[in-house]
Design a protein around this ligand. Sequence first.
Ligand SMILES: [Mg+2]
Length: 266
Amino acid sequence: MKYFFEEWEKLREALSDKFIFLFLDYDGTLTPLVDNPQDADLSLESRELLRRLKDNSRCKIAITSGRKLEDLKKRVGLEGVLYVGNHGLEIEGTKINFKSPLSLHYLKTLQEIKKDLGTNIISAVRGAFIEDKGLALTLHYRLVDKKDIPRLKDLFRQAMIAYMAKDKICLKDAKMAFEIRPPVRWDKGKVAIWLLARQHFMLQEKINIIPLYIGDDVTDEDAFKALKNKGITVRVDGGAGSSAKYFVKDTSEVFRLLEEIGKVLA
Ligand SMILES: [Mg+2]
């Protein structure tokens, strides 16, 4: 991985006459990570910057998050942006309204699991909490004491094994969290490729589109891989072993990067 700003001069050239499709993760990318997901608010400056970018005719923005769609929309609060919630299970924006078809059976299983985790983990490991996102669950453990994390992981595996064996769910690692998702092959990478193809179709190939994906999470790695030879991928905080081509150090550098993109588009 290379430091983004070291390559910026070269990249700027490459972007100068292109249509830029920005894919932006929310937590840890547009907002600094906080202990409680409820407290992750978008700053005024960031919202204004995103507004300027999305109003540009050579730019499209998709906010891709593990959050519930409604929650994400409320937090970003901009129209004309594509919202990708629940890692792609829900997508909404101009001329698009997608919800992954999930069986009632799955949704029932999810509620069973929520109850199960409540009894076996939440009450047994201090600091662990569940976020119910409707179509998926997240078990957060960033507030759990370090020494209790191995025990939490053991308990979690034990609780999940029966569901896994029956292919009822799919588990994904996230940053200090576990994702319990439907057993479908649909992730941030596949979503990015799909949205990109859709944009190509809408622009009728009159202009070259370059996707620029910025994220900080394990779940963003699917997108880094999918976009490997198609565009610019940037990992925030440069996690070791990332498939992204570039990294920036923190969310303030994401802001700086987006400001530079604004200048290219001006
Ligand atoms: Mg993130």
